[in-house]
Design a protein around this ligand. Structure first.
Ligand SMILES: Cc1cc2nc3c(=O)[nH]c(=O)nc-3n(C[C@H](O)[C@H](O)[C@H](O)COP(=O)(O)O)c2cc1C
Ligand SMILES: [Mn+2]
Length: 466
């Protein structure tokens, strides 16, 4: 899949998209339609008549596993866990991107006075948001001045002016690491904030992939062919050729402007009022004719953003456990109710004493788990990680609180509402081992039904009047 238009076509062919022709206001109305639609597990929406604008807005692209499967190039009825399993398999062999000369994203090029980000139908999402957020699905392309590593990261971008986007690169995120390198060199950081292109770029921009790895190479791995990229007009960065809108600019590591707040995927605001943060000074904007602007509603679980994160965070945790060569991992599930990141369930076929404990401590030590993962539940392999009723059963009957491990200090996220607003850098964690200890000589005797008798009664079901 090369661009958002191909995805829209694919969704339409599969009955997964509706065009909204009635006029809709970008100010709260559009986002509220999208959110209610997502709560009803509705289709992707293409708003074709946005008040004050002539170009369309896409929402609800990732809300259901059906559409996540389409993004991955898989059949519609694939389960989330099957999609994750495929992700883990395909991302073993990375494929770097390929530069092309001609790119649709260059159909229009605005520089100098022509630049005006209010040209695009950027919605205001929730009433208490600090403003309109150009970046919800937008991803920032940046490059390390030291190693040359190219990163793609999805970070919110607030529309602060015709030529200004506010950023929030949380400490330790890859754009933040790179900005610190530019600060040492006393140079501004070139950046391209991109909307559209292959929808995978957004999913991968939001995925917590390891440092020093390029999301562009992961995109190639998942697709099986290299991502097509083109050089920027004013920045020397690889930009997806099929992108809809590309905002090129620079971030001065020393300059700040008030940014925020924004209704986050935890269902809460992460701070009170505005905070001074670095911003993008826009130097050039390129876009396709009639560009499709793409929004994800973020906000309270479970809707669009949460499904995206459940896929990419769960798959990344699974892959990192595999890379640690821990045997017996049967399945991994990071429920969308926890935005795929605060809670993880892992099913393991135990092979030696302490195996399940190893899985629990490994999970919180992966790159994915070391940041914000608070609760890990480990279950035996007779239970699938996503089978929540069975997981609750194991927590009731196999779990003993004395076998839980508490850790007092771990990296946290400023988004976690369970911590006081002024102290969100460090969190505690718990590993709940809900397996039966491998070393027990005498295990509880499970109740089995008699197979023959079960068959017999099933055969008699109609006769029994049931
Ligand atoms: C809709 C959406 C908005 C996000 N906003 C931010 C943000 O403002 N700041 C941030 O640091 N991470 C944000 N994230 C999470 C990052 O995308 C995620 O941590 C990703 O790993 C960042 O890329 P990196 O690992 O290359 O730094 C957001 C994710 C989504 C899906
Ligand atoms: Mn990254």
């Amino acid at each position: 899949m090369r661009d958002l238009r191909e995805f829209i076509q694919c969704c339409e062919a599969e009955g997964e998209l509706k065009r909204v022709k009635a006029q809709v206001d970008w100010n709260l109305e559009l986002s509220h339609i999208a959110k209610v639609n997502e709560e009803r597990q509705g289709p992707a929406l293409l708003f074709e008549n946005v008040k004050d604008y002539s170009s369309p807005v896409l929402t609800s692209a990732c809300t259901t596993t059906n559409r996540l499967a389409l993004i991955m190039g898989m059949p519609k009825d694939t389960s989330l866990v099957e999609i994750m399993r495929e992700w883990v398999k395909r991302t073993r062999n990375k494929i770097p991107p390929k530069f092309v000369d001609k790119a649709p994203c260059k159909q229009n090029i605005d520089k100098g006075d022509q630049i005006n980000l209010f040209k695009f139908p950027v919605p205001k999402v929730y009433p208490r948001d600090g403003g309109r957020y150009f970046g919800t699905t937008a991803y920032c392309v940046t490059q390390s001045p030291k190693s040359g590593w190219v990163n793609i990261g999805t970070y919110r971008l607030e529309l602060l002016g015709e030529k200004v986007l506010g950023t929030q690169f949380i400490k330790g995120k890859h754009a933040d690491l790179m900005l610190k390198e530019y600060a040492e060199l006393k140079k501004p950081m070139p950046v391209a904030a991109v909307v559209g292109g292959d929808p995978l770029f957004f999913v991968l921009g939001a995925a917590r992939l390891p440092a020093f790895e390029s999301e562009l190479d992961f995109a190639g791995a998942i697709r099986g062919y290299p991502a097509e990229v083109v050089k920027g007009e004013t920045v020397d960065l690889p930009i997806p050729a099929g992108a809809e809108i590309v905002v090129e600019g620079e971030v001065d590591p020393e300059a700040m402007k008030p940014e925020g707040p924004f209704g986050e995927y935890t269902g809460y605001y992460s701070g009170i009022g505005t905070t001074p943060r670095p911003f993008i000074n826009v130097k050039c904007v390129t876009y396709r004719n009639d560009p499709v602007y793409w929004l994800t509603t973020v906000g309270r679980a479970v809707t669009d953003t949460h499904m995206t994160m459940a896929l990419s965070y769960g798959a990344t945790l699974w892959q990192e456990l595999e890379a640690m060569r821990i045997p017996g991992i049967k399945s991994v599930y990071c429920p969308p109710e926890g935005a795929g990141r605060f809670l993880a369930i892992i099913s393991v076929k135990q092979m030696y004493p302490g195996h399940s404990a190893q899985v629990g401590t490994a999970a919180i030590s992966t790159e994915m788990g070391a940041y914000g993962l608070k609760t890990v539940i480990v279950v035996d392999d007779d239970i699938d990680a996503w089978d929540l009723p069975r997981v609750l059963w194991a927590l009731s009957f196999r779990f003993n609180p004395s076998r839980a491990e508490f850790l007092k200090r771990g990296r946290s996220t400023p988004l976690d509402p369970s911590l006081p607003i002024e102290a969100r850098e460090i969190t505690s964690r718990i590993i709940m081992d809900a397996t039966l200890p491998y070393e027990w000589k005498e295990k509880p005797v499970p109740i089995e039904m008699d197979k023959e008798m079960t068959n017999r009664v099933q055969d008699r079901w109609a006769e029994l009047g049931l």
